[in-house]
Write a protein of this length. Structure first.
Length: 250
């Protein structure tokens, strides 16, 4: 009798364990973990301590289409791909340009935004830039966010400057305002947002025609659902609402 009771109890415990672990697994599958880097207004930034922005709304809309909860993890931009490949996040939504070297490390969705770079200076600085060649001046200290296409552009086109790299653009803009650097090279929509909210102005647009995409781990089972949901969203009236909300009209 004791043996039978132990056997039955063992079966019940095993079943309970399977149900519990299955439940946990299902819960994990219902949540999309999204990596982002706040401080990149209007795409991702914090307002009164709350994460908001175009990419945040975009991912929440995709989550709703897929019937999944979305959770965001804010980190330095240069940590995002590493977090994706480590499985810490499922998707990167952070104004990330589709770039050959990045395509070796992640699968990108269809492009959802096209942007250029811009040179941003402090109001009253007296810095005048007539062409991109003017940026390559040894007297300039230029700030960029690490591992961004702005940083790559400066490295390739302005080798004579002193380059200062930051984890987040908010740190970069603070140093510009404090006079610790002369110029920031940043994506133009972000430069425009800074120019509205901070004592800075765009000194020069830099034409690069970059395309942003959402990044997922190579071979991710989420790739097709997320990519298809993004395409559906871009074809819907909601897309125009999001563009209007963050960029006026686009």
């Amino acid at each position: 009798m004791k043996k039978r009771l132990v056997f039955v109890l063992g079966i019940l415990l095993l079943a309970a364990g399977l149900v519990w672990s299955g439940g946990a697994g299902e819960k994990e599958k219902e949540v999309i973990l999204v990596g982002t880097s706040a401080g990149f207004r209007p795409f991702e930034y914090k307002e009164f301590g709350t994460l908001t922005g175009f990419d945040i709304d975009l991912m929440n809309e995709i989550g709703a289409k897929l019937g999944k909860e979305v959770e965001f993890k804010d980190m330095d931009f240069d940590a995002l791909l590493e977090a994706l490949n480590a499985g810490t996040v499922d998707v990167i939504a952070s104004g990330m340009t589709i770039y050959d070297e990045r395509k070796e490390r992640a699968d990108f969705t269809v492009p959802y935004f096209t942007a250029n770079q811009a040179a941003l200076v402090k109001k009253g600085s007296g810095i005048v830039l007539s062409s991109v060649e003017d940026l390559n001046n040894a007297k300039f200290k230029i700030g960029v966010q690490n591992d961004t296409t702005g940083a790559f552009w400066v490295e390739d086109n302005a080798p004579d400057v002193t380059l200062q790299k930051y984890g987040k653009y908010i740190e970069c803009i603070q140093d510009l305002e404090n006079g610790n650097i002369d110029i920031i090279v940043v994506d133009q929509p972000v430069a425009e947002a800074f120019a509205v909210n901070r004592p800075v102005v765009i000194a020069l647009p830099i034409i690069t025609n970059e395309q942003y995409g959402l990044a997922l781990q190579k071979g991710s089972s989420l790739y097709e659902p997320v990519n298809n949901a993004l395409k559906e969203l871009m074809a819907s009236p909601k897309w125009d609402e999001l563009l209007d909300k963050y960029f006026g009209a686009k």
